[in-house]
Design a binder for this molecule. Structure first.
Ligand code: NAD
Ligand code: TYD
Length: 354
């Protein structure tokens, strides 16, 4: 393989993956296809934008003709597909854009890969790979009973976001079963780290604590998420892309479960300490608000398969990861200010309107 198409490379996880790949593989051409929605930001890739093995292409994965031309023009050999609408709260307000990008966009990429690589029959699939990056949310919700999602857990999505990701996973497997397209899928737990758009729990709350703004905790704050440092996710994707078995699925997670309210208190202490405030003093900002509709109680990933078969484990302890993450947002206030202005502000005014 030589020419690798990464979709959604200007987003949170995509930008970390692009950075890893261009640094680690000078022999590859990394082509980053991104529409630059509110969540995509080329500033996330400033440090590598002049690399000769990196190229950015602005475009919409839903536009099949455009995608097909890109495959031809760049002689694409492999795809790592991350482009998506990714925020559950937005999916509740606007499910159509999730079905459009996550389902139809994925279908358009699959069809282009199949048609381009298969031009001379199935032989053309040799050495090619379509890697679909998905989420643990397709498995639904667990009770507080110590069980985990494995690769065999039945799909049971509850939000429009997870339903759209589940549908896209099914399409990817359908292309493997029906056309023999070489594919691999990974389902990962919640990521945290630098460059995450501040609408998701961790960057939103760090930003609000800094600005002494209320911290909107949904319900009682008892929902549980399994948190993985984003750079560890990028390392896992690289490994699965190169060593994963054709047609297989891998769960990625850090065995790192936190109740939201406990995680929020750790964030508060860390921000307070780094800002020189009395530790815990910002707890007064905690504001319990109406729960999210259809709020999944608990996610927990069993990543034993990835560990046993490909030798992956998370490299970072959570305490260190959260310290690094808080420090990054505090040191990158300009980034935060820019992405939290304009459209983003207007969106929130609309969303939290009574
Ligand atoms: P993100 O919202 O930060 O980034 C998504 C990127 O996709 C943005 O750069 C955006 O501009 C681009 N995009 C959106 N629609 C597009 C379109 N139609 N055409 C081209 N580009 C488009 O998302 P993220 O958090 O980095 O997630 C990346 C992928 O990983 C998603 O597929 C998501 O489902 C999956 N995932 C995310 C998490 C998480 O915790 N964030 C966990 C597991 C899996
Ligand atoms: P989020 O970062 O949106 O990820 P996901 O819903 O995909 O897991 O939310 C993480 C958890 O934090 C989830 O249980 C919802 C909760 N949450 C809040 O309590 N308040 C908030 O303002 C947000 C954005 C999330």
């Amino acid at each position: 393989m030589k020419n690798i198409l990464i979709t959604g490379g200007a987003g949170f996880i995509g930008s970390h993956l692009v950075r890893l790949m261009v640094n680690k593989y000078p022999q590859y051409n990394i082509i980053n296809l991104d529409k630059l929605t509110y969540a995509g930001n080329l500033e996330n890739l400033k440090d590598i934008e002049s690399y000769t093995n990196y190229q950015f292409v602005k475009g919409d994965i839903c536009d099949y003709e455009f995608v097909m031309n890109l495959f031809r023009e760049k002689s694409i050999d492999g795809v790592i597909h991350l482009a998506a609408e990714s925020h559950v709260d937005r999916s509740i307000k606007d499910p159509f854009s999730f079905a459009n990008t996550n389902v139809l966009g994925t279908l358009s990429l699959l069809q282009a890969a199949k048609n381009y690589w298969g031009e001379s029959g199935r032989e053309g699939f040799k050495g090619k790979l379509f890697y679909h990056v998905s989420t643990d949310e397709v498995y639904g919700s667990l009770e507080q009973d110590g069980t985990f999602f494995t690769e065999d857990t039945k799909y049971d999505p509850h939000s429009p976001y997870s339903a759209s990701k589940a549908a896209s996973d099914h399409f990817v497997r359908a292309y493997f079963d029906t056309y023999g397209l070489p594919i691999v899928i990974s389902n990962c737990s919640n990521n945290y780290g630098s460059y995450q758009f501040p609408e998701k729990l961790i960057p939103l709350f760090i930003n609000n604590i800094c600005n002494n703004k209320p911290l909107p905790v949904y319900g009682k704050g008892e929902n549980v998420r399994d948190w993985l440092y984003v750079e560890d996710h990028a390392i896992a994707i690289d490994l699965i892309f190169h060593k994963g078995k054709n047609g297989d699925t891998y769960n990625i997670g850090g065995f790192n479960e936190w109740r939201n309210i406990d995680l929020i208190k750790v964030m508060i202490k860390t921000v307070d300490r780094l800002l020189g405030r009395p530790e815990g003093s910002s707890e007064t900002l905690i504001t319990y608000v109406t729960d999210r509709a259809g709020h999944d109680l608990r996610y927990a990933i069993d990543s034993t398969k990835l560990h046993k078969e490909l030798g992956w484990s998370p490299s970072l302890q959570f305490e260190e990861g959260i310290e690094r993450t808080v420090a990054w947002y505090l040191n990158n206030k300009e980034w935060l200010n820019r992405v939290t202005s304009g459209d983003y502000q207007r969106y929130y005014e609309e969303m939290y309107k009574e």
